[in-house]
Design a protein around this ligand. Sequence first.
Ligand SMILES: Cc1cc2nc3c(=O)[nH]c(=O)nc-3n(C[C@H](O)[C@H](O)[C@H](O)COP(=O)(O)O)c2cc1C
Length: 206
Amino acid sequence: MTNDKQQMTNDQYFDKINYLMRSRRSTKPRLLNGKKIEDEIIWQILENANWAPTHCLTQPWRFKVFTQAGLTKLANFQADLYKKQTPEAKFSADKYERMKSNVLKASHVIVICMKRQENEILPEIEEIEAVACSVQNMALTAAAYGLCSFWGSGGVTYTDELKEFLGLGEKDRCLGYLYLGYSDTPAQISKRSPISEKVEWMDKAE
Ligand SMILES: Cc1cc2nc3c(=O)[nH]c(=O)nc-3n(C[C@H](O)[C@H](O)[C@H](O)COP(=O)(O)O)c2cc1C
């Protein structure tokens, strides 16, 4: 039986975890201020990613951590790729600049990758799902440290050129960037329609 003290501890624990999950917000990269996060904290974030659930323990998450000069390399790579791939008539100088500047406003950009199981026995979707769980672990850990995070999957995310730049295998995938940093702008309000609209209880025999 749980004693009162233990019960109180559990209540406090649930208060904290409920608050953490519901208050975590995405902060757009353009709102980050360039301030650096200590690498030790980044390691804590990565360590928690490593404890995500994973079918057959394949642990398919792989991360490429860009920081310092690495951010400039990533920014230049993606802006140059955008320029190369975009017909002149569609090219936007603003977008080109954003592709450079947004990355540089982050402290660290963790590029989220999925390493495909060699024998491909597991359905690929389960490897992707496991990586998504690891990303949520990182986003929640970042929130607990008072950091901003943002999972971005736009721009060059799904290109073969990015795969090559990252040194990924043919069957591996890039699933986006996790931007981490600080911001001077308060987190934006987010909303959800009620969970009751998304749930069906199947509790009848007929
Ligand atoms: C797999 C994935 C990819 C995402 N990619 C983008 C993106 O490319 N651009 C973007 O604005 N937001 C992206 N988001 C973040 C969502 O916009 C954000 O989670 C949503 O607006 C809800 O805001 P909140 O996280 O603060 O509740 C992505 C989220 C997920 C889970």
